[in-house]
Ligand binder design. Structure first.
Ligand code: SF4
Length: 375
């Protein structure tokens, strides 16, 4: 089985493209995409157009912070603490005026987790390097990986690192992500969704963290089900949110891979046609049967435990509606509730957090009022 990866001749572009799950991919919707080192006239004109267009967009967090679309991992951070998620995306300044940035990528535990994910992927998939020449090529590779995954699953094999996209539960927000694994039972063809989490300690996490993982899995579940049932079949939304030209001809390297991967795509020349093939392959699959989180101990790679997540559509929709109402600018940001104040003790933004300060002041005022009543 193969997994298609990208390799651009321009190394800089290649770096940005490959890091799909990392923070660099967030620049896709940012001005960084068009600002180059040499500011020639074309770039300046493109940048001016970009900012002019952006000024016309709604001034809600979805557009001002995330460029009009979200990543599934945004909801994970949001489920832990919305204020913290905001600070990670828009780092505040400390007392010295320096930007506070949580350097997640260099944390040993995060690096170990990333390495273990990569190892697992290679256990069942072989990466293939493909030259890309434009953004459309990059997204064609993601679609191609979905098509290859669908073919594998139809043959009863499991598949890892599957790109996914959609607008789950009609909230009007386009979301992208990568599913760790879909496991196929070759006898029943039932599909289980599995998320792989690595742990520094040899125990499963507490409930607060589990809830963030559950949210992540439920979003994948919903997006998957909407693709396989044909509920999400919106090429226009795909093109609009990812800013792609569906009619642009794909590069030769990508077209070669597409044609060698599946006979159904022999006619494909652009994303519009490839999307049709992708949607049609997905509709040959079934909805998710069960969802699991596998917790693994980083030190010796032993399995700590497997937890099943129960998907309750009504509860999920309520949680999504609440989360998305922030992104749409329908409510202000929330920090943690008083019973979760323990999270603030190990938060990098504790010193500057406005939510924490506000809650501390409210608490002091309450205590003061109580004291006055007693006197
Ligand atoms: S200090 Fe507390 S409320 Fe503020 S960002 Fe951190 S966890 Fe959230």
């Amino acid at each position: 089985m193969t997994l298609i990866k990208m390799c651009s001749k321009a190394e800089e572009q290649s770096m940005k493209i490959i890091s799909e799950k990392g923070s660099t991919s967030n620049k896709e919707n940012d001005a960084d995409d068009i600002w180059e080192d040499s500011l020639e006239d074309d770039y300046l004109v493109a940048a001016a157009d970009f900012f002019e267009e952006r000024a016309k967009l709604p001034q809600d967090p979805l557009h001002t912070i995330r460029g009009g679309m979200l990543w599934v991992t945004d909801f994970v951070g949001q489920a832990w603490c919305e204020q913290q998620m905001f600070y990670k995306l828009r780092p505040p300044l400390d007392e010295m005026g320096d930007v506070i940035i949580e350097d997640l990528a260099n944390k040993p535990s995060v690096k170990a987790g990333t390495d273990m994910h990569a190892e697992r992927e290679l256990e069942i998939q072989t990466p293939v390097q493909v030259d890309v020449t434009c953004r459309e090529d990059k997204y064609a590779i993601k679609l191609l990986n979905m098509i290859i995954a669908a073919n594998s699953l139809m043959q009863g094999h499991s598949r890892r690192e599957i790109p996914i996209f959609g607008m789950p539960s009609n909230h009007g927000v386009f979301i992208v992500g990568i599913i760790d694994e879909i496991r196929c039972d070759p006898n029943t063809q039932e599909l289980d969704l599995v998320e792989f989490k690595t742990r520094e300690s040899n125990s499963t996490p507490g409930n607060a963290q589990k809830k963030t993982h559950e949210m992540q899995l439920c979003i994948y579940n919903q997006m998957w089900d909407e693709l396989v049932t044909g509920k999400f079949y919106d090429k226009e939304a795909y093109a609009h949110h990812l800013r792609l030209d569906l009619t642009a001809e794909l590069g030769a390297g990508v077209l070669n891979e597409i044609r060698s991967a599946t006979i159904d795509a022999f006619h494909v020349k652009n994303l519009d046609q490839l999307l049709d093939v992708c949607f049609s392959h997905m509709r040959h699959l079934t909805c998710i049967n069960q969802i699991y989180i596998e917790y693994t101990f980083q030190r010796d790679k032993s399995l700590i435990g497997i937890e099943e997540v129960l998907f309750n559509e009504k509860v999920f929709n309520q949680k999504m509606a609440h989360a998305i109402s922030y992104w749409k600018g329908e409510r202000t940001i929330d920090g943690v509730d008083i019973e979760d104040a323990w999270k603030c003790k190990k938060c990098d933004f504790g010193e500057v957090c406005v939510w924490r300060k506000k809650k501390a002041e409210e608490c002091a005022e309450k205590n003061n009022n109580k004291r006055l009543r007693v006197q």
